[in-house]
Write a protein that binds this ligand. Structure first.
Ligand SMILES: [Zn+2]
Length: 783
């Protein structure tokens, strides 16, 4: 999901407490000697027949499967869901299963949920009313699943146990490898007000026209994943760690008021029963249109807002090979659609939004969907689904298969800021992009946020930069991650979702930036893109673990990256390399005419010391008595003698032509001394400027640090003289301190403001009373 909005949602949902981040000391590996290039084998899980050492699925890879048939009724009067489902679960594992675990995500809204009770509290200094309002509403809301039946295929009740947000269903006979079991669950729940209580789904009420938009997700008991690496993934849902799910087919019948428009995962099966002939004709036209076609126009949506339903309609959707199912429903929806061919797959891109979303939504939403499918498909695999949908409602940004919910809207007068415009395009790219990670490359979200959010934010950055030149992406460029990387209050990327500190920076921005650096600076675009595409191809519709990503990127690129994963994913070190010193050497040619001349120049350029200068005018005894002068008063050791020249001739006679050439090449030897202050080892990239004005880029790989990760020296041999050196001149490495990136050092430029002191503060109560503006009551007028 989109992190900025998520923070807001989460703080609303969990109360105001997350506004303050707790101070936690983080163990740093800084200033302790360590082998930054040590291979990760002892950290990563041992490869096996399910997951290979190359990072690919093994020859006995398996995953279980859950097919669903669901009927749901949306109660628009009481904002309730009433539903029943039949799950057909296939055990492809080699293990016998005596019980099944299901996820009851709605229970996060139960009055006694751990998500609510496990909140920590900050202070109450300044709290907005909206936050206080949600804090007071939260305990009143009767949320959570009401499970009314769990039955086997013959309708006999099954034993089940609810454990907070999880439910264990006991099987009368064990489910053997290769076997299937079908069972049914009936339930209902009250839908949360997503504006007031937050959440990844829920309703939004519009007081102006007394209508609702429903964005419905995590709405049915879903199978937990049973995996080769941890058995049942039933870590409790606390709000941050998202969903670990199984693939399957879904047939879902959604009954809503007959004036609602429904958007859902999958393809509509009964258009003739729920759409008008006009809408069907428009949809047909949209398939080949060059621009989005309105299926429901703004005027039609406005008319529907004023009307009342005359009955109910059931919309039937079918979705193949998806890990989840979500839908949205409202009579407020405008609906536009445009067919698009993504690398041979015909997709219908569609947007659903109220009039409140225009003019932004009609202009950008469907285009942003298609742009995302194009760019992401190029870097991964062809988008495989038949539809891709973006819905505007109360949820800031949240992804589901084929459908996502996106929040930004213009102001009521139809104007909008640049931030809102690009916020909308970015969130649509991000949420549609989630179709690739984790909806298809099905990583374990409850455990690892970065595996979907980090990879997705990285591709989001690439897609944004292909939307328009200088697109204002706020994640991806190395320089933007610097402040986070320097901060003390952090944990490594490889930390479980619900324990992350600085969630957005940790799981979105840092991995996205790391991958961008890996692509641009470490591997180069060609190697990176090949390996990244291979990872996507290998794990499409499968369940990768972090090791599978790390190993595949190495296996396919042919580059050892263990140091990179170690530094960026397993540590909290940052990048700060410093040019400490430059030492300049020249070769002694041993030619007395050259060398003695140079030494004389040197002697003459030495400063006259203070005492020398004051002693100079004093009368000298040898001048008074010139007889005292002898040979040494005339002798200068820097005079070239015939003997010097003869010795040089003899020396030259012993040299080969190559040796003579080297001797007379006029080479300069510069030792550049570097210090690794941040701890993270990275390549050293230099721009060397010579005294003749020419420049040269030099790139030394991170392995330069392998013998000493604190200090290294690099020898630059050149016939030219160096005037200056800049480290990381194009800001590719997220170097946190640029002041030490220059030889010679440069002053750090910044600006500050001066202001005029005001002697007088705001009026005091006595002044106010004299003016008759304040009438303090009681003894203590202070609130
Ligand atoms: Zn996301």
């Amino acid at each position: 999901m989109r992190q900025t909005i998520f923070c807001l949602l989460l703080s609303l949902c969990l109360g105001w407490t997350l506004w303050e981040t707790p101070a936690v000391a983080v163990a740093q590996s800084k200033s302790k000697p360590s082998d930054k290039f040590r291979q990760l084998d002892e950290v990563l899980p041992t490869p096996n027949e399910y997951r290979t050492a190359s990072g690919a699925p093994g020859h006995r890879y398996w995953q279980n499967r859950a097919d669903h048939v669901i009927s749901v009724e949306l109660d628009d009067e009481r904002q309730r869901i009433q539903a029943s489902e039949t799950i057909t679960y296939t055990n492809n594992s080699p293990d016998e299963l005596r019980y099944l675990w299901l996820q009851l995500d709605q229970n996060i809204f139960a009055k006694d949920s751990d998500a609510f009770r496990a909140q920590t509290s900050g202070g109450l200094d300044r709290v907005p009313f909206s936050v206080l309002d949600s804090l007071l509403r939260r305990p009143e809301f009767d949320g959570g699943y009401k499970i009314t039946a769990v039955k086997d295929a013959k309708g006999q009740p099954l034993r089940y146990t609810v454990v907070k947000t999880m439910m264990r269903v006991d099987l009368p006979t064990p489910l053997k490898p290769g076997q299937q079991v079908s069972f049914a669950v009936d339930w209902n729940y009250n839908i949360n007000d997503a504006v007031k209580l937050g959440g990844r789904s829920g309703y939004e009420y519009f007081p102006k026209d007394k209508n609702y938009i429903y964005e419905i997700a995590q709405w049915f008991p879903r199978m937990c994943a049973y995996t080769d690496y941890r058995g049942w993934q039933h870590t409790q849902f606390l709000g941050a760690g998202e969903f670990t799910l199984e693939f399957g087919n879904y047939r879902v019948s959604i009954t809503v008021p007959d004036d609602h428009i429904v958007a859902a995962t999958g393809v509509l099966q009964n258009p003739r029963q729920v759409l008008t002939p006009e809408q069907i004709a428009r949809l047909e036209r949209a398939k080949t249109a060059a621009a989005p076609v309105l299926i429901v126009t703004p005027e039609e949506a406005r008319r529907a807002e004023q009307g009342r339903p005359t009955g109910r309609k059931t919309w039937i959707f079918q979705a193949e090979n998806v890990r989840d199912f979500a839908f949205a429903s409202s009579r407020k929806f405008i609906w536009d659609a445009m067919g698009h061919n993504v690398e041979g797959n015909q997709v219908m891109a569609m947007s659903y939004y109220p009039n409140e979303g225009n003019p932004l939504w009609e202009k950008y939403s469907t285009h942003a969907i298609i742009h995302t499918l194009n760019v992401y498909s190029r870097y991964t695999f062809t988008y495989p689904y038949p539809v891709a949908i973006s819905v505007n409602g109360p949820v800031g940004g949240m992804e589901y298969p084929m459908i996502c919910f996106n929040g930004p809207r213009p102001l009521e007068d139809g104007t909008y800021s640049a931030r809102t415009k690009y916020g909308l395009i970015s969130v649509i790219i991000h949420e549609v992009g989630h179709n690739f990670f984790p909806m298809i490359v099905n990583s374990d979200e409850r455990q690892w946020t970065w595996m979907d959010e980090g990879l997705n934010t990285f591709l989001q950055y690439l897609a944004e930069q292909e939307w328009e030149e200088k697109y204002p992406s706020f994640r991806g460029e190395p320089q933007y991650i610097v402040d986070y990387m320097k901060s003390e209050n952090q944990v490594p990327i490889m930390t479980q979702s619900d324990s992350l500190l600085q969630f957005g920076n940790n799981a979105y921005a840092k991995p996205a930036t790391a991958l961008n650096i890996l692509r641009e600076t470490i591997l180069g675009r060609e190697l990176f893109d090949y390996a990244f595409k291979e990872y996507a191809r290998r794990w499409k519709f499968k369940r990768p673990e972090p090791a599978d990503f790390f190993r595949t990127m190495e296996d396919a690129s042919g580059v050892d990256l263990d140091w990179f994963w170690r530094g960026w994913f397993y540590s909290t070190d940052h990048v700060d390399i410093s040019i400490e010193n430059v030492r300049w050497y020249r070769l002694d040619t041993q030619n007395p005419d050259v060398e003695k001349g140079l030494r004389r120049q040197e002697r003459e350029s030495r400063p006259v010391t203070l005492s020398e200068e004051r002693n100079k005018p004093l009368p000298k005894r040898v001048d008074q008595y010139p007889d005292l002068k002898d040979f040494y008063n005339r002798y200068d050791e820097l005079d070239v003698t015939e003997m010097d020249r003869e010795m040089y001739r003899q020396f030259l006679a012993t040299l080969t032509d190559r040796e003579k050439e080297i001797l007379n090449a006029g080479l300069n030897f510069y030792f550049v001394d570097f210090k690794n202050i941040g701890g993270l080892v990275m390549p050293i990239i230099l721009e060397v400027t010579y005294t003749d004005g020419t420049k040269e880029e030099m790139r030394f790989p991170a392995e330069i640090w392998r013998l000493n990760n604190f200090e290294v020296s690099k020898l630059i041999v050149t016939p030219k003289e160096i005037a200056s050196i800049t480290l990381d001149p194009r800001l590719e490495t997220a170097d946190a301190d640029l002041a030490n990136n220059f030889f010679p050092r440069r002053p750090v430029k910044s600006r500050f403001q001066v202001f005029k002191e005001q002697r007088q503060g705001p009026p005091n109560p006595m002044q106010l009373e004299r003016k008759g503006q304040s009438k303090p009551q009681g003894d203590n007028p202070r609130p």
